[in-house]
Ligand binder design. Structure first.
Ligand code: 6S8
Length: 211
């Protein structure tokens, strides 16, 4: 077992509505499960990232709780905020989901690099960053990222932290198994990210603004 096969629920468990609607609760619970990866990696360097992602989960959940029956899907929340002119507010669920989607995109690309066999985690993170978050970051945050990426551990060390137990860690097939799990997680993420990206573009809610 690995961190990924232990995720309850995992992104693979999300059952889309017929119209592609993403159920809010399972989605947010899967995001919470993925955030716990930062506790495994312990490093305090991840504290701001963890705060940002958890903050976005909380913002979406708070909006959801104001009307659970109307807000069963992420898209329903975003369309509601658009209809009442709240989409552009910095504390809106719309902005929270936009940034949460970008963070998930980074994670998806990073896992994809490991699955493709990239041995150097600094390179894996840098390539993932270029394809996901970098366009939305100004030079200050880009600098912070590049420092963090340089502190990345060795691949083997990183994978070891993601074993569910010492026994799993010592399983000779552990690397094959964790790569399989990462591949599944990354494919499930890809579906969700692509639905959300298309949705933001079609509703004209995507933004090129940098922080
Ligand atoms: C905008 C923005 N959010 C926020 O300003 C920035 C927060 C911190 C960014 C730190 C950048 C450094 C990243 C280091 C990562 C290191 C990785 C790799 C190292 C190998 C938004 O905030 C709010 O969210 C929104 O609510 C709203 O208020 O309208 C809006 C204003 O502002 C971001 O840029 C989101 C940042 C998400 C980063 C996700 C990174 C995930 C990292 C790792 C996960 C996978 C494990 C990798 C392990 C690597 C091995 C060590």
């Amino acid at each position: 077992h690995t961190f990924f096969s232990n995720m309850k629920p995992s992104f693979q468990d999300i059952k889309l509505a017929a119209n592609g609607g993403i159920p809010v609760q399972t989605f947010l619970q899967s995001c919470k499960a993925v955030v716990s990866i930062f506790d495994k990696l312990s490093s305090t360097a991840f504290a701001p990232v963890k705060m940002d992602i958890s903050g976005n989960i909380r913002k979406i959940n708070e909006k959801y709780k104001t009307n659970p029956s109307a807000f069963s899907t992420l898209q329903a929340i975003v369309l509601y905020e658009k209809s009442v002119g709240q989409s552009q507010l910095s504390n809106s669920a719309t902005q929270a989901l936009l940034w949460l989607k970008r963070a998930l995109h980074f994670i998806k690309e990073f896992l994809g690099e490991l699955v493709s066999g990239e041995q150097d985690l600094t390179k894996a993170a840098t390539k993932a960053y270029e394809r996901s978050l970098k366009p939305y970051h100004g030079w200050v945050v880009r600098g912070v990222f590049s420092l963090a990426a340089k502190a990345a551990p060795y691949r083997e060390e990183f994978l070891k932290h993601l074993a569910a137990s010492r026994m799993d860690q010592e399983n000779p097939d552990f690397e094959t198994l964790i790569i399989q799990d990462m591949d599944e997680c990354s494919s499930a993420l890809e579906v969700l990210i692509s639905i959300l990206s298309d949705f933001y573009i079609s509703e004209d809610l995507d933004s090129q603004e940098q922080v």
